[in-house]
Design a protein around this ligand. Structure first.
Ligand code: PAF
Length: 290
């Protein structure tokens, strides 16, 4: 059964649309997106719906998280298809702000989550998490949700947002939802549409490499050796450049010592690698449980 969501494009209309629901004491669940929605996004919307009476999705391709020369101009914009998908899952409200609505003329306020934003992806895309934190903070202020859902596929982004929410005292519960994968294990991403057929075939290797690395860590192999093998396997599979393969503390994202993990030690494996012009990221629990 489909139900067209209400569409609002300005902050004033958003506030007016949400006001009666707030007065009625309904909880608001929010999923921020940049559009080009896929099944993974739909799973986030369903998480928000399970937690709250009202579901809000924003679609905004945020210019401040793209560096000059990145794919801002060609990033897929598929508004009609996105709205149809959101109708299928019964989303209540879609917020489609303009750049001017999110960044009013003369805007001078940024949000920087220092440290966490400067590791891993932050080394390769130094502007990225500052743009993400700034737009997500603004969206949180616009929507004022009770719950916001983010995919674990963007694990570092999730940790940056958790820290921002804690540091700034936003009264918002952040929910991390499991990565949605294709049959071969490739994490769903709007940028997967950039992959040509051959690269798409290769792309599944990234998840297999993470699985194998997690098994070897669980078996007590040294982190250094496991990461070296994972990098070499990706390069052999056809990834032209591997930005990083890392084993980190799941909260601080600091690199763990190179030896074997202690029994019961929590860890996260993360990877970023290039196929042609497409940069893929993925991550997996790398904890040693026993
Ligand atoms: O993950 C994304 O799609 C974006 O980084 C987000 C959180 C919507 C901010 O623009």
């Amino acid at each position: 059964m489909t139900k067209s969501p209400r569409i609002v494009r300005t902050l004033a209309d958003l506030r007016a649309a949400l006001h009666p629901h707030r007065l009625a004491g309904e909880r608001i669940g929010f999923v921020p997106t940049m559009g080009a929605l896929h099944d993974g996004h739909m799973s986030l919307v369903q998480r928000a719906q399970a937690a709250c009476g009202i579901s809000v999705v924003s679609i905004f391709v945020n210019p401040t998280q793209f560096a000059p020369g990145e794919d801002l101009d060609v990033y897929p914009r598929t508004e009609a298809a996105d709205l149809a998908r959101l109708a299928e899952v019964g989303c209540d409200l879609v917020y489609l702000p303009s750049v001017g609505e999110m960044y009013p003329e003369g805007s001078r306020t940024d949000v920087r989550v220092n440290g966490l934003s400067d590791l891993l992806d932050g080394i390769h895309r130094p502007h990225f998490f500052y743009g993400v934190a700034t737009v997500v903070a603004r969206l949180f202020i616009h929507v004022q949700p009770d719950v916001a859902v983010f995919g674990e596929k963007d694990y570092q982004q999730l940790q940056v947002i958790r820290r921002m929410v804690r540091d700034l005292g936003f009264a918002i519960e952040i929910v991390g939802a499991p990565t949605w994968r294709d049959a071969d294990g490739l994490a769903q991403s709007s940028r997967n549409t950039y992959l040509d057929r051959e690269d798409r075939r290769t792309a599944g290797a990234i998840n297999q490499v993470l699985h194998r690395a997690a098994c070897r860590l669980a078996a007590g192999r040294s982190g250094e050796e496991v990461l070296r093998e994972a990098r070499a396997t990706l390069e052999r599979a056809g990834f032209e450049r591997v930005d990083y393969v890392a084993l980190v503390d799941p909260d601080s994202l600091e690199a763990l010592a190179p030896g074997p993990l202690q029994r019961g030690q929590a860890a996260r494996l993360l990877v970023a690698a290039w196929l042609g012009q497409t940069r893929l990221i993925d991550n997996m629990d790398g904890s040693r449980r026993v």
